[in-house]
Design a binder for this molecule. Structure first.
Ligand code: CU
Length: 212
């Protein structure tokens, strides 16, 4: 009897314990059903091959402005006349100036002046030297000078002379601050000695508008 009593006590004790704990734990939830077998979507196409490293395309070079031919005329009653051809180059504007009908011998200053106006009898209507950088006047041996400083023409015994010079920094573009287009070429009565402010070159014996 002793053993049976112990079993009864044990049984009741277990029941009491289970009641106190709220009953046995719920069984774990069933695992979710496996997804329905569906056909796998087609693999995306492989990405295109990476482009080759970009090679910088050379910048298209601005088209040079067309050359300008200038007719130089002398003052009323003078035999002075001439031609200038201005060409835009990589190094600036190349000016080829030829005159004739000038008193034989001697040098004559030539400049680009700031106004394309040869209408006054003394050509003063062409204004002063074209000098957009506000430099001092100078001969071509001086790099820093008026942009319009072309140097001197030497006139031969036949009354003809010419000069050829390329002016760095100048161009023939429309409305550019360093453009010779719309200005004037002046040939002077005397040599440009490089003195200030404009070379002491005297009267204006020839004038031509650049670009008209
Ligand atoms: Cu001048």
């Amino acid at each position: 009897m002793k053993t049976s009593s112990f079993a009864v006590i044990l049984a009741f004790g277990t029941i009491g314990l289970l009641s106190a704990c709220g009953g046995p734990a719920e069984p774990p939830a069933a695992p979710p059903p496996p997804p329905a077998a569906t056909e796998a979507p087609p693999a995306p196409p492989p990405p295109p091959p990476a482009p080759a490293p970009a090679v910088e395309a050379p910048k298209p070079k601005a088209e040079p402005s067309p050359p300008i031919t200038v007719t130089i005329a002398g003052q009323k009653g003078s035999k002075v006349k001439g031609t200038a051809t201005l060409t835009e180059t990589d190094g600036g504007v190349k000016v080829v100036l030829s005159v004739e009908g000038v008193a034989p011998g001697g040098d004559h200053g030539a400049h680009v002046h700031e106004k394309g106006d040869c209408s006054s009898p003394d050509f003063k209507s062409a204004g002063g030297h074209f000098n957009p950088q506000s430099n001092d006047h100078g001969l071509p041996v001086t790099a820093k000078r008026h942009l319009g400083d072309l140097g001197n023409l030497t006139i031969g015994k036949d009354g003809k002379g010419s000069l050829e010079i390329t002016i760095p920094g100048a161009n023939l573009k429309k409305d550019d601050p360093n453009s010779f287009a719309g200005k004037a070429i002046i040939v002077h009565a005397k040599k440009d000695d490089g003195g200030q402010p404009t070379g002491n070159a005297g009267d204006r014996i020839g004038c031509g508008v650049i670009g008209s």
